[in-house]
Design a protein around this ligand. Structure first.
Ligand code: MSP
Length: 517
């Protein structure tokens, strides 16, 4: 039986057009999901949209349409982005769906029944942009008297009746949980931040609001809607069938293996969420990974600066797989990173067009011309052949080890080291010279190259699925022989198998003159 693997993206606020931050989290999850599928797991991959709360209510009002019509429209943009990025999600959840409202209300009743929620009054600061409460001590005051949260969001004073979750009682149990599950929060630097936040002492958390109506109704309390983060986090349960804890999908996939989030929303996922779950006596997810933020050519990305990076523009300018590759390769996953067009162009040309593209192109065109467009015959292997094949065979273990801790950039490093070795092997073995002196040896060299490319293409599929499918087509690898079980067979390519005419897969990127200054 296949082992289950459940991975989630954050659900995206529908107040905005999709930008590079949304694309980044979704792509990282997609690489993980594709890798796990090829590695024999039964993968559930959930993404979707976060549609309630004050921020969305305000955006709908500003657009002059009712919130449901507004969210229907904007949610669709996120569905389209997922498609455009070739993201292989299993489901797309919207928090305005009935199944989700039910899940929230059942969880609420569970917490209430256990005495974890009580009615009180909230008087304090709230940042609509973050949909978060802040303590006075966390804020700075501008010369004009505005209160600003550490995230830069402006806060407003709120006083209203509210239900509270007894978060203050969960500090010690959370600390014990982090201690017993050292990999629950990655990267480690972020884990330390969370631990010191919890150690510094936590106040009870306001979990209902009366100042707005656009939310999931609190059971038996017509004036209250749920705090949008309690509603939003619950989507991870809804997606696998909660409140039906006997559902096949719930039993199979819960608790989630990985919640992928940006660093700005780690506290909600690594503190509030496990506390809610423990309080409802539900199992806690295995990991929350917080990735960093992108800047644009060194500048913080913001709508007011007007430097928001449009993912569609990237796809159009550089290509889908090129964009996927760059975002996963450029920044050590977990760190902040800078988006620079010069670097993007350099990586496309040197790492994709030259290193990988040329390796495939020159090997396959030599095979096409000199081996009758068939998988070459293969004689006895020399030490050099065994060395290269050995490195290719070691890759699965290395890449798996890196992806186990979401080190996408390091996985790519391993792959590109072997691409470098393979290119050196071509230069050293000089099959074009062997053509005149020893065609049997030339065929063996080209066979070793074809096998190495097969290994590489299979392993690079999670990052660049379309391009690698084309590469595997060119090696005539059958569609059902592209998963990782086919990496243990040393010589899967059968000499004599006819091959299609090779075609370049990664064109060089030439900057339009209008952009080159
Ligand atoms: N709705 C909440 C999540 C609820 S999950 C139960 C939310 N939505 S969001 O649309 O604002 O953000 C979604 C993701 O985009 C977050 O993981 C955030 O970190 C990420 N990014 C937003 N801007 C970003 C960059 N400039 N760079 C990288 N990722 C960033 O938060």
């Amino acid at each position: 039986m296949e082992k289950p693997y459940y991975i989630t993206t954050p659900i995206y606020y529908v107040n905005d057009v999709p930008h590079i931050g949304h694309a980044y989290t979704s792509l990282a999850c997609d690489v993980m999901a594709r890798f796990k599928r090829l590695d024999g797991y039964d993968v559930m991959f959930l993404t979707g949209t976060d549609e309630h709360g004050q921020k969305v209510e305000k955006s709908a009002a500003a657009a002059g349409i009712d919130p449901q019509a507004f969210t229907d429209k904007v949610s669709q943009n996120f569905r389209e982005l997922v498609k455009a990025l070739n993201v292989s999600n299993s489901d797309f959840i919207r928090t305005t769906e009935q199944r989700h409202k039910e899940a929230c209300q059942v969880l609420w009743n569970e917490l209430l029944k256990r005495g974890e929620i009580y009615l009180g009054k909230y008087a304090g600061w709230y940042a609509v942009r973050d949909e978060a409460y802040y303590g006075e001590d966390e804020l700075t005051t501008t010369p004009t008297g505005k209160k600003i949260a550490p995230s830069g969001a402006e806060c407003e004073w709120v006083e209203e009746p509210s239900y509270f979750f007894k978060l203050s009682a969960w500090g010690d149990r959370l600390l014990k949980f982090y201690d017993e599950h050292p990999d629950f929060i990655l990267p480690t630097s972020r884990r330390n931040e969370v631990i010191s936040f919890v150690k510094s002492g936590m106040r009870d958390l306001s979990v209902s609001r009366t100042a707005l109506t656009w939310g999931v109704a609190v059971p038996n309390e017509p004036k209250h809607v749920m705090y949008v983060w309690l509603d939003a986090l619950t989507n991870y349960l809804t997606g696998v069938g909660y409140p039906d804890t006997n559902a096949e999908s719930y039993k199979k996939y819960w608790p989630a293996d990985l919640h992928m989030v940006g660093k700005d929303i780690l506290r909600f996922h690594a503190v509030y969420w496990p506390a809610f779950l423990m309080a409802a006596d539900l199992p806690v997810p295995k990991r929350v990974f917080a990735h960093g933020w992108w800047t644009n050519e060194g500048q913080k990305i913001s709508k007011s600066v007007g430097n928001v990076i449009d993912p569609y523009e990237l796809l159009k300018t550089y290509g889908l797989d090129q964009t996927r590759y760059f975002l996963m390769r450029e920044v050590p996953f977990g760190n902040d990173g800078d988006f620079s067009r010069t670097t993007m162009m350099r990586r496309i040309n040197s790492e994709l067009a030259n290193d990988l593209g040329n390796l495939a192109q020159r090997s396959l065109s030599m095979i096409g011309k000199n081996c009758g467009a068939k998988v070459p015959n293969c004689g006895a292997f020399t030490d050099a052949d065994n060395a290269l094949l050995g490195k290719a065979q070691a890759l699965l273990g290395q890449v798996r080890g890196e992806l186990d801790v979401q080190a996408f950039h390091k996985a790519l490093d391993h792959l590109w080291l072997v691409i470098g070795d393979a290119n050196r092997y071509v230069d050293e073995q000089a099959p074009w010279a062997l053509k005149k002196t020893d065609t049997a040896r030339m065929e063996t060299v080209l066979y070793v190259l074809a096998e190495t490319i097969r290994y590489l293409a299979i392993l690079i599929q999670p990052f660049m699925p379309n391009a690698m499918n084309k590469m595997l087509d060119q090696l005539a690898v059958p569609a059902d022989e592209r998963d990782f079980t086919h990496l243990t067979k040393e010589y899967a390519l059968k000499p004599g198998t006819p091959l299609p005419a090779p075609e370049g897969i990664f064109p060089r990127y030439v900057e339009p003159e209008s952009l080159a200054t």
